[in-house]
Write a new protein. Structure first.
Length: 218
């Protein structure tokens, strides 16, 4: 049984596509928040963080650029987080909320494997088209299940490390060490995922077994 070739974009192409979103959604907000924390204090940092998100929404509206649903959700989420932060009077409550959300997401990843609907497969198909014959292949099904388990563990590890730092360290140390730790853990997971994906596709092209197309359990 032969399969249509599946070509992954080069890493440089993926990096160019991801860089603007990474800069706008991760690096810039963190830099703005950290700078505001150092200059304006905790309340000033909260106000600056909220202002940054709403400025991004406003900039798109002014230029008549569609506002992504994720950005709208981010604006709502950061508003709620800031209100709780002001109400509690503690920056740590503001920083703790997304970590608890990440733990919930990791549980969703685990549940998706149990339901034979690995979430990583759905996310992958948002960026890369895979023929249905490839998706039904037993080896591909096992790959997506295992990678989904990997990312559930990665998310849980990131949150555990972050919460420990938040409890035992100052906010400034938390932001610096947490960012480095999460970047290293996530970077390794991305590298492992890409390597395993390429490997399973190479093996798939050389697998002559039609029986492998039967849709068994992951």
């Amino acid at each position: 049984m032969s399969y249509p070739p599946v070509i992954l974009p080069r890493l440089a192409v993926l990096a160019r596509q991801a860089a603007p979103k990474l800069l706008e959604g991760v690096i810039a907000p963190l830099a703005v928040f950290y700078a505001a924390l150092a200059v304006l204090g905790e309340h000033g940092a909260l106000i600056t963080a909220v202002s940054w998100v709403y400025a991004g929404v406003g900039w798109r509206l002014i230029r008549r650029i569609p506002v992504p649903g994720t950005m709208v959700l981010a604006a709502i989420a950061i508003t709620v987080r800031a209100l709780i932060g002001f109400w509690s009077g503690s920056m740590k409550f503001f920083l703790l909320q997304p970590e608890l959300g990440t733990i919930c997401i990791s549980m969703v990843f685990l549940a998706s494997v149990r339901l034979n609907r690995p979430l990583v497969q759905k996310l992958t198909l948002d960026y890369i088209h895979l023929p249905s014959a490839v998706l039904k292949h037993e080896r591909v099904r096992r790959f997506f299940a295992r990678i989904t388990l990997l990312w559930a563990f990665v998310l849980l590890t990131n949150s555990t490390v972050s919460i420990w730092l938040l409890i035992h360290q100052s906010v400034g140390t938390y932001l610096l060490v947490r960012t480095t730790a999460v970047a290293v853990i996530t970077g390794l997971a991305v590298a492992v995922s890409l390597y395993a994906f390429r490997r399973v596709l190479r093996r798939l092209h050389h697998d002559p077994t039609p029986a492998a197309l039967t849709a068994g359990p992951a």
